[in-house]
Design a protein around this ligand. Structure first.
Ligand code: NAD
Ligand code: TDX
Length: 332
């Protein structure tokens, strides 16, 4: 039994990771989360109080981070400002949390000799052409497009430097687009599901030809745990489940699963600098660490996610109006 410090554990992927730890290990978990607009305390409801503790605080608070890291065996760093559209409106919290916050954590794990895993995104590699036969690999050069992805790329490079210069015991993972329960309604899939529940048409940016490589959040988290347990220190692992699909096809599938005509969506203003395609080659993770995704059908995972949003309106309803008001300002 060990002690995990999970940053961002009241957010989408972090809260699912805490559930995963509780179900699949006997570790104790301290969640450090600033409870920004993106967090829901309720995402941790029902978890055993003797295993999971929530500390409300900022990863940029060096004193607090130092105290929490001192008591941990492993730090799993999920906390971030995570939404591209927000980073285009105001990049400053992205620089602060994603870059400065990661620096503060690295200094603490360096001081206390604590194992660190850094959760990052495939967006650090930029984008691919639609007809490019290649995918992203661990050795693909960094070429981020948005303030969000640039700050994530910078944070990855800090981790690599702290491994090389100071011998920090760290691994990194870069994952593709996640879907599943507890995802904020600002993100593509939950936004469209909750729009349909509200009788509003799904909104496609531009022509909807942009491709994302979808993975269920539980598969992301099983991979993170596997890397923490068996990954090579200093190494980067790409996490993906061969789930490439363009946005129009995803919206059409949601419409069909929810009993609407497949063309009942609207085109809205495109995202500036919108990355065209992400695609992950996860061979290293699969061959070296023997990981495989449990969700083999995107359609089944999506249907279960739709059911979750239908059954958990009390969870998402408080975020919906403010989110749509923000989108309305940019014509989206
Ligand atoms: P999220 O926005 O749902 O959650 C982020 C959490 O971090 C929130 O609970 C928020 O309150 C917390 N947080 C923000 N700033 C903080 C600060 N300064 N101090 C402490 N806590 C703070 O994000 P998510 O989608 O769960 O993403 C989690 C991680 O996974 C991020 O690092 C993101 O870059 C990465 N990632 C996400 C995806 C995806 O598809 N969502 C894919 C690949 C990688
Ligand atoms: O209403 C919408 N309509 C639409 O067409 C929204 C919200 C999005 N989109 C498009 C933009 C993207 O092509 O859908 C795609 C997915 O959009 P997001 O959910 O905003 O995700 P993305 O920008 O791809 O980034 C996500 O995956 C990588 C996460 O938000 C990041 O945190 C992660 O790093």
């Amino acid at each position: 039994m060990g002690s995990y410090l999970v940053t961002g554990g009241a957010g989408f992927i972090g809260s699912n990771f805490v559930r995963h730890l509780v179900e699949h290990t006997d570790h104790r978990v301290v969640v450090l989360d600033k409870l920004t607009y993106a967090a829901r305390r309720e995402s941790l409801d029902g978890l055993p109080a003797d295993r999971v503790t929530l500390v409300e605080g900022d990863i940029c608070d060096a004193g607090l981070v130092d105290r929490l890291v001192a008591g941990a065996d492993v730090v799993a760093h999920f906390a971030a400002e995570s939404h591209n559209d927000n980073s285009l409106n105001d990049p400053s919290p992205f620089v602060q949390t994603n870059l400065v916050g990661t620096f503060v954590l690295l200094e603490a794990v360096r001081k206390h000799g604590v194992r660190y895993h850094h959760i990052s995104t495939d967006e650090v590699y930029g984008d691919l052409e639609l007809d490019d036969p290649d995918r992203f690999h661990e050795w693909t050069p960094y070429n981020p497009s948005s303030p969000y992805s640039a700050t994530k790329a910078g944070s990855d490079l800090l981790v690599r430097a702290w491994v090389r210069s100071f011998g920090v015991q760290a691994t990194l993972s870069n994952c593709s687009n996640n879907y599943g329960p507890y995802q904020h309604v600002e993100k593509f899939i939950p936004r469209q599901i909750t729009n349909l529940i509200d009788g509003v048409h799904p909104k496609l940016y531009g022509a909807g030809q942009n491709v994302r490589d979808w993975i269920h959040v539980d598969d992301h988290n099983s991979a993170v745990l596997r890397i923490i347990d068996a990954g090579r220190i200093g190494e980067t692992y790409l996490i993906g489940a061969d789930g490439e699909m363009n946005n129009k096809a995803v919206v059409e599938m949601i419409l069909r699963l929810m009993g609407h005509p497949a063309d009942a969506y609207e085109h809205v203003t495109d995202r500036p600098g919108h990355d065209l395609r992400y695609a992950i080659d996860s061979t290293r993770l699969r061959t070296e660490l023997g990981w495989t995704p449990a969700y083999t059908s995107f359609e089944d995972g999506l249907a279960a996610t739709i059911d979750w949003y239908r059954d958990n309106e009390a969870w998402w309803r408080p975020m919906k109006e403010a989110t749509e008001a923000k989108y309305a300002k940019s014509g989206q």
